[in-house]
Design a binder for this molecule. Structure first.
Ligand SMILES: Nc1ncnc2c1ncn2[C@@H]1O[C@H](COP(=O)(O)OP(=O)(O)OP(=O)(O)O)[C@@H](O)[C@H]1O
Length: 228
C-alpha cells in the first residue's frame, strides 16, 4: 500500500511541482500516471523512491512513513521497488545474464540464488536464448525485457515504470504491456507514467491525471484523456 498524504514539493527555484496531493494505491493495483509534460509525474516517482524529499506531507509505504527511514535503511526500502525507464540503462559491457545477475549482486544475493533466479527471470521475459548476448546485439524491445527481468530479480512488491514503451514501436510496446499485465496479475503493484494514449485507453486500468502539480482526475478503468 502506497499513501501520499498532503504532499507538496517546491523546488529550490520556488517552482511548485506538486501541490497538496493525496493518493492511495492498494497492493496489487495497476495505475497509470498521466498528464502534460511538466505536470509533476517524475517528481511523484522521485518522491516515492526517496530520491527527493517532500516540502510537506507524508508518504507511507507498507505502513512505514518513509520520512522516518534512517539513511542506512533507504537501500533496503528501495529494494522493494523495481524501476523501468524509457532509456533502458543497461550495462553495455555485460551480457544479458550478467546485467540481471549484477542487480542481484548489488543487493548481496548469494551465488546459488543468482544462478537459479537469473534464468527464471530471463525465461519470464522470453529471453532465455539471448542470455549470453550483449545489449547492443538486442532490439529495443528485447533490451526493455532485460530491464524488466533486472527490475524483477529482487522480487519487488512495487514496479515503477517511467515511459517504458517510449522508445518502442507499437507492436513491441504491446509485448511489454502484456508482460507488465502478467507481472501485475502475479501480485506486483504497478505504477506507470506514460504519454502513450493508445495503451492507456486499451488497458482499462486506474488512471490518475496530474496537471500543474494537482490531481485533476482519478478513474477506475480510465482513459488517457489528452489528444497527444
Ligand atoms: N530539480 C528541479 N528544480 C526545479 N524545478 C524542477 C526540478 N525538477 C523538476 N522541476 C520542475 O517541476 C515541474 C514538474 O516536473 P516533472 O519532471 O515532475 O514533470 P513530468 O510530469 O514528469 O514531465 P514529463 O512528462 O515531461 O516527464 C516542471 O515544471 C519542472 O520544470
Amino acid at each position: 500500500m502506497i499513501e501520499f498524504k498532503n504532499i507538496s514539493k517546491v523546488y529550490k527555484n520556488n517552482h511548485i511541482a506538486l501541490s497538496n496531493i493525496s493518493l492511495s494505491i492498494n497492493k496489487g493495483e495497476f495505475v497509470f500516471l498521466v498528464g502534460p509534460s511538466g505536470a509533476g509525474k517524475s517528481t511523484f516517482i522521485k518522491l516515492l523512491l526517496k530520491e527527493i524529499e517532500p516540502t510537506s506531507g507524508d508518504i507511507t509505504v507498507n505502513g512505514v512513513n518513509i520520512k522516518k527511514l534512517k539513511r542506512k535503511e533507504v537501500p533496503y526500502y528501495r529494494r522493494n521497488i523495481g524501476i523501468v525507464f524509457q532509456d533502458f540503462r543497461l550495462l553495455q559491457e555485460m551480457t544479458v545474464f550478467e546485467n540481471v545477475a549484477f542487480a542481484m549482486q548489488v543487493v548481496e544475493a548469494g551465488h546459488k540464488d543468482i544462478k537459479r533466479k537469473v534464468p527464471q527471470m530471463l525465461s519470464l521475459v522470453g529471453l532465455s536464448s539471448k542470455a549470453n548476448m550483449y545489449p547492443h546485439q538486442l532490439s529495443g524491445g528485447e533490451q526493455q525485457r532485460v530491464v524488466l527481468a533486472r527490475a524483477l530479480s529482487n522480487n519487488p512488491g512495487i514496479l515503477i515504470c517511467d515511459e517504458p514503451t517510449g522508445n518502442l514501436d507499437p507492436e513491441t510496446a504491446w509485448g511489454i504491456m502484456d508482460l507488465l499485465n502478467d507481472i501485475n496479475k502475479s501480485g506486483t503493484t504497478i505504477l506507470m507514467a506514460t504519454h502513450a494514449k493508445d495503451i492507456v485507453d486499451r488497458m482499462k486500468k486506474r488512471v490518475v491525471a496530474i496537471e500543474k502539480g494537482v490531481i485533476v482526475r482519478d478513474q477506475q478503468r480510465g482513459v488517457y484523456g489528452y489528444e497527444d
